[in-house]
Each structure stands twice: as C-alpha cells, then as structure tokens.
Design a protein around this ligand. Structure first.
Ligand code: ADP
Ligand code: ZN
Ligand code: ZN
Length: 773
C-alpha cells in the first residue's frame, strides 16, 4: 500500500494537529473531512496538511478509517479563518473548526444519508392550477402538502420549473414529515403530470452560474418582485459607496431607527449580484427571532436569483438535518445569500463577496460559552482576508466600532433621517417618578399616571403601544415583611424569580425550581409578598388598568416553544394586539407599523451598575426600543419612567443624540483607561469553594512572572464573580489588560501551558475581549 500522512485537526484542547497514515488511493487533500481513531473512540477531523513524512514513530501511527469524499474539501481561506480564530481566542484549531461544522457532518454514520442525492418535488405549470382544484375540501393533510409544494414553488412569471432553475422544490423527507403517505400521493401526482421529481447532488461544488442577463438589477427583473421604494438621497449615497468598493472596506452604516438600513442592504446586494452573478453574501442578524422577518423580505426581493436554494438561513434553532443542508448549500456555492445568527460567521462560503452585520452593537454577537468569539470582529477579519466590503449597520454603534470610524479606519455612512415620508423620530418624555410622588400622584403598581393615560389614549385611537422592561417573570423576589426573609436559590448566590402562571419559584441562573411556599419558611408568617415586578406582573396590571385592551407578553418564557415567537409577532403585525409587553426581545429590529407609544419601566437600575458597559448597553436598548414608535408616519411618543430625569444618559436619549453620548462616553473611557483604549482578557476559574477558585487564579497570576511579553500587561487581583455561586460551583475571575493587543495575545499564548499544568479548579477558561466584566 502506498501511503502518505495526513495532519488532522480534532476537537481537542491540545494545540497540535494529529498525524495519521492514509492510503494514497483515497486521494487526501487539505480541507477534507476524515474519520480517524482517537484514543478508544472514533472522531471526525479536518485534514490540514498532507505530507510524505511524519515525526511520529511508525508503530504509534494509526490509519485514517474513511474520508468524506462526497463533500467538497473546505477551502484554504476557511482553514485560515479557523486558524486565526483559534489563535486569537486562545483555542486549538480543531476546537474552532469542528464545532463550526453542522453536527451531521461530524458523524460518519450520517454521511451516506447526508450526501445521498436529494429528492425534490416541484410543481409543474399544470399542477399549479389543477392541484388546488382537485383536492377535497376536508383533506387537511393533503392540503398542507399542496401548500408546502406551492410555497417552495418558482415565482410566478418564471419559466416552467422543469426547465428553469427558479424554484426550490419540496424535499422528499420534508414531504414525508407533512403527510405519512406523501410518497404514494406524490407518485400519483407525478403520474397526473402535476409534479416532477428531481435529484440534486448535495456535497459537490456547484459550477458557477453562467452570465445570466441581469439588467438593470436582479430584483427588478422578477415580475413578482414587490414594489421597491425610491431611495432617499442618504440611502442612495450609502448604496453607491458600498457598490463601488472593490476591496476590503469596512463601512459603519450609522442610520437612525427607521432610516431604512434594510433597503440599503437590499440594494447593495442587488448591485453585487448584478455585477457578479456567482457571488455569495453573508448577512448576520443578532437574534433568531429576526430571521423570519428578514428571510421573507429577502426571498421576495431575490426570488429571481436562481439556483435551487438561493437563500438559506443558519441559526442554532434549526433541526440538525435542516442545518446541515443549509450549511452544505453555502459550502457548495449553491446558496447565494446566507442569512444567519452569529454562528453563520464561520460558515464555509467559497464565493463570499459581501458581508453585512445588522445591529452590529448587539451583545448577542458575542458567544458566551465554549469558543467565546465575537461574530462582528470575525466578520471584519473575513472581509480583510478576502478583500471585500463589510457593512456594519446600527442606530447605536458599539463604542469600539465608533472609535474605529473616528480614527478613519472604518468608513462612516450616515442616515440621519427616517425613510418614510413624514415619519419623524419619536418625542421622548421623561416621567419624573419622584416629582409624581411629591405631587401625590402615585403609580398604580409601577405604571405612572402619565403612562396610564397615554396607553388609554392609544387604545381609543386604535393605535398600538409597547411596554418595555428588562425583567421576565412575575417578580424578581418573594419576601417576608415580618422577618425580612427573601427567597433565594439553594444552589446559587441569587434570588429566585416568582413565575405566576407556572406557580413556581425559578432560579434564572441554574434552573432550580420550587413551588411557591404558603408561608415564610423562617418565621411562618403567611403574609409573604412579591417584591418588584417583571413582565408577567406588568401584563396583569395593564389588563386591569386599561380595560378592554388586548395585552400580549413576549419574552423568553412566552416563546419557549419553537415557532411561537414568530406567531406572536405576526399577531402584533396583524393588529390583533393593543399593548405589547416584553423584554429586549421586542426592542430589536422589528418594523412595527402601528406602534405609536413606547413605555419604559425600571431602566434606572442599570445606571448604577459596576459594569462599565452597562450605560452603553442601556442607551442602545432605549434607543432601539424607542425606535419602534412612529415608524410608519403616526407621531411616535416614548415615556421613560425614572427617578433621575436629569441623568446625562436620559438627556441624550431625549435629544436622540447618539453622537453626543458616544463622544462623552469615549472621553470617560479614555480617562479611565478602559476599552476601546486598552485590550482586555479574563481568566475565569470554577471550583468547589471560593478559596479554590481564587487560589487557582493566584497561582495563574504568579505564573505570569516568567513571561516576557507580560511586562507590558497589567494584572489585576483575582475577584469573586458578581454571582459567585451558580449550581453549587464557585466562580472567580482575574482581569489582564494591555495597551498593546499584540503583547496581550503573546502573553496569553505563553501563559496557557502553565495554566494547563495547574491543579485545583474544576474548570478554567480564557476569554479575549470580554463583554461582561
Ligand atoms: P431600520 O432598520 O433602519 O430601522 P428599516 O429598514 O426597517 O429601518 O426601514 C424602516 C421602514 O422604512 C420600513 O417600513 C421600510 O419599508 C421603509 N423604507 C425604507 N426605505 C424607504 C424609502 N426609500 N422610501 C420609503 N420607505 C422606505
Ligand atoms: Zn418571615
Ligand atoms: Zn440557582
């Protein structure tokens, strides 16, 4: 057997590649997936190098068991991306590469099915008209099947699907999930000439689509494309700048809420596909809940893009198989637009030509476990690597991005006005709670008089209101008046939240749950009461305070079931809701047309947080949620209830003054030597006791003494985390920081071997550019 050696990245913390023997007949090349023996198990890894020599002694070398030949190898650029992310975030290459792949690809048992040619059913022209008429009215399963076929159909106006490539078709497996006898039914429909069955190869690279006549723009070509608004002058300028960029240009699209950033993205994409019919684009959104809204708009606009899967979404809420298929469509170049949450930034996109990061300031772009990466920062890196433009859009850019623009490293594009004619930014009124109290006008369970009247006025006018508070549950704690007992979690240093519909006390940190006690467990007092308020309590209060209003609550509890958030949001859009109550889930990105009032409760707590980013985050949230009001031309009003109406943050909010807020906050950060003027990293340790965690960190700090680059790094004292105990594990952290990013990274790299040798912690981790300190 003629043999070569392959060096494979595996999902393992040791920062090396692993050598294996490989049969040359398997024709291994870098980027291929390999199934290899690893210890006592088998593992899937990515081949990074193919060589004729290995330093590992022959008797210790094991052989590759199988290669995934059906899958187009991952590109050199992709391997460089995961290598960079591993180096930067202090992980092994394999710890980045493997989790970035869909689960199904990491399981060799599933390869044959995954790469079997996919069977898709498509409606024919005859079927499109004949099928709906032929179905009995009561056959709901059959109707579902027909509806799914129609939904996956080519846009009206495209050629017959048998010859064109304008439709997606219905996957055979999806069809079987809809109807138990789908195969037989579809076979009968095939015989009738209503549908055709096609086989699509899944893993192989698709040839670049030929030059399709695409003037003056793809979106304009599709006869069914919805009407496109005429761009405002500001939008047109932004689109022109993005379309003209032929190299790496990081754009910061600073557009006030409702300024039509989406339309800028759509036109920039249109210009791209017109110039380069084979190009791919990556569009990142911060939240799963925003993908359906975007997907619908994108599908309508780009229906004429062609290919069997022109637009795919990628997010963690998708079923395994579905995600693998979407990932493969991106990897093979068949998907032209990939719309996804942060994990999509690591997708394999061989013809990537434009990256868009919507709401770039959103903390959700930072992964908070495992590989703690920033999708926004990796998006910028990909743009630089490939020499392509990257658009970061926001009404409230992160101070990091704003500072880059101030220094001229990012190109700023400004949309200062709302796009819809007559839609002005909402008026912001600060309701002084102290003043209300002094005048003897007390709030009813947290809702002030002015807010209550404003809500009633909206109900009378048939307009919608939105009430925002960032706390879910009924009340943040249950308390006993007579002895001062507060309901706490037995496993965490935290109070448990009262959830009224479920009649439970629930810990938001570890998930511990208990029935609501009838009396105080300490003194027996039966008069225990909820303290403070969450979304459930506000929902209850509003129903009483504004009689006749249809109140809907949207938060993590009310949307736990898959797809339920989408259904709730569509009720709001359909006008079936008068008052929407919710957490930050309702603040982001949604284009509500009938909301004219936004009420903000309980925002003050964030003003006095020890986290230096709390103010930035609160300001962004309040600007975002305020931005939901008055988008379609109804005059919008925002009422913020506060005890500190003169606070600079609220004053800037009332002036819609992001720039003033950003400049003042950046000046404070500069004086205090905080990011973005320094670079930070956190070493975290978890142990059975707090002493154990702190002891580990102290040893870690001592190990820095021998590292040369650490001379330029400041090391702070190890401290317990704010919530020190979670699920009976104690947590502490150590902050290291430097004015030089290179010195910080070099220090972390040199530090890792000594950290790995330390004992005493259950777990430890390094986080680069942490957001929560
Ligand atoms: P943003 O993301 O900047 O908050 P959106 O992209 O959601 O704003 O756009 C806000 C609203 O303005 C949407 O209803 C959109 O259809 C509309 N819109 C965008 N551009 C234009 C335009 N040039 N003319 C008229 N309406 C527009
Ligand atoms: Zn008591
Ligand atoms: Zn707990």
């Amino acid at each position: 057997m003629s043999g070569v050696f392959v060096r494979v990245a595996l999902d393992h913390p040791v920062p090396t590649l692993f050598d294996y023997r490989c049969d040359a007949a398997l024709a291994p090349v870098p980027g291929m997936l390999a199934c290899v023996p690893f210890g006592k198990r088998r593992a899937v890894g990515v081949i990074c190098e193919v060589t004729t020599h290995s330093d590992v002694p022959n008797e210790r070398l094991r052989g590759v068991e199988a290669l995934c030949a059906a899958c187009e190898p991952l590109s050199e650029e992709w391997l460089a991306l995961v290598k960079f992310a591993g180096d930067y975030y202090q992980r092994s290459l394999g710890e980045v590469a493997l989790p970035a792949l869909p689960q199904a690809l990491r399981d060799p048992e599933r390869w044959p099915r995954l790469f079997a040619p996919q069977e898709r059913y498509r409606l024919t022209a005859t079927g499109r008209t004949a099928l709906p008429e032929a179905l009995p009215a009561r056959a709901s399963a059959l109707r579902r099947l027909a509806a799914a076929l129609a939904a996956s159909d080519a846009p009206p106006g495209a050629d017959d699907p048998a010859g064109a490539d304008g439709s997606c078709g219905l996957d055979a497996a999806d069809a079987r999930a809809l109807h138990p006898k789908a195969s037989a039914t579809l076979a009968a429909w095939q015989d009738a000439g209503w549908v055709v069955l096609e086989r699509v190869a899944v893993g192989a690279a698709s040839p670049a689509p030929g030059p399709v006549p695409l003037t003056p723009g793809i979106a304009a070509e599709a006869s069914a494309a919805p009407e496109r608004p005429t761009l405002t002058a500001e939008q047109a300028q932004a689109v022109e700048a993005i379309a003209a960029a032929r190299d790496f240009v990081p754009f910061l699209l600073h557009g006030v809420t409702g300024s039509g950033k989406t339309e800028v993205y759509l036109h920039a994409l249109d210009a791209l596909f017109t110039a380069r019919p084979d190009a791919q684009a990556l569009v990142l959104v911060p939240e799963i809940n925003l993908t359906p809204q975007f997907e619908a708009v994108f599908r309508a606009r780009f229906a004429a893009l062609g290919g069997d899967t022109p637009i795919v979404t990628l997010h963690s809420g998708m079923a395994d198989g579905e995600r693998a298929r979407a990932w493969l469509a991106a990897h093979t170049g068949r998907a032209r637009i990939v719309l996804g949450t942060r994990l999509a930034v690591l997708a394999s996109l061989p013809r990537l030509a434009l990256v868009i990061v919507d709401e770039e300031h959103d903390p959700a772009y930072k992964q908070q476990e495992g590989l703690r990466y920033s999708a926004r920062d990796l998006a910028i890196w990909r743009g630089k690597q490939l020499g392509i433009p990257v658009v970061l859009g926001s009404a409230t850019p992160s101070l990091e991005s704003w500072w880059q623009a101030e220094q001229g490293r990012y190109r700023r594009l400004t949309l200062a006005r709302r796009a819809v004619a007559d839609a002005a930014l909402p008026t912001v009124r600060l309701v002084d709670l102290e003043d209300e109290r002094r005048r003897g006008r007390s709030s009813v369970d947290g809702i002030s008089g002015p807010l209550a009247s404003a809500l009633k006025a909206r109900l009378e006018r048939g307009e919608q209101s939105l009430v925002f508070l960032n706390r879910r549950g009924y009340a943040p704690v249950l308390s006993c008046d007579s002895c001062g007992w507060l309901a706490g979690c037995p496993r965490c240093t935290a109070y448990v939240v009262l959830h009224k519909p479920e009649r439970a006390l629930r810990c938001h940190h570890c998930g511990w749950e208990a029935r609501i006690p009838r009396s105080c467990p300490d003194c027996g007092n039966v008069d225990i009461a909820p303290l403070g308020r969450g979304t459930q309590r506000v929902e209850e209060t509003l129903a009483e305070l504004v009689p006749g209003a249809r109140v809907l609550r949207i938060d993590a509890d009310s949307t736990r079931r898959k797809g339920s958030a989408e259904a709730l949001f569509s009720d709001v859009h359909a006008g079936e809701v008068d008052i929407l109550v919710g957490t930050q889930m309702i603040a982001k990105g949604h284009d509500f047309q009938r909301v004219s009032l936004v009420g903000v409760l309980n925002a003050d707590t964030a003003l006095f947080s020890h986290d230096f980013r709390a103010g930035e985050r609160l300001f962004a949230q309040l600007m975002q949620v305020s931005g939901r009001a008055g988008r379609a031309g109804l005059p919008g009003e925002v009422l913020v209830q506060t005890r500190y109406p003169r606070h600079a943050l609220y004053q800037a909010l009332a002036r819609h003054d992001y720039v003033g807020f950003a400049e003042a906050t950046l000046a404070e950060r500069r004086d205090a030597h905080l990011p973005p003027f320094v670079y930070q990293a956190l070493l975290r340790a978890e142990a059975r006791t707090l002493e154990g965690a702190l002891g580990f960190l102290a040893q870690g700090a001592a190990a820095l003494a021998g590292i040369e680059a650490a001379a330029r790094v400041t090391v702070y004292d190890a401290v317990p985390m704010t919530i020190v105990k979670v699920a009976n594990v104690h947590r502490a952290q150590l902050l290291v920081e430097s004015a030089s990013r290179a010195a910080l990274l070099a220090t972390l790299r040199a530090w890792q071997p000594s950290l790995r040798a330390l004992k005493g912690a259950l777990r430890w981790s390094l986080e680069v550019d942490p957001l929560d300190i």
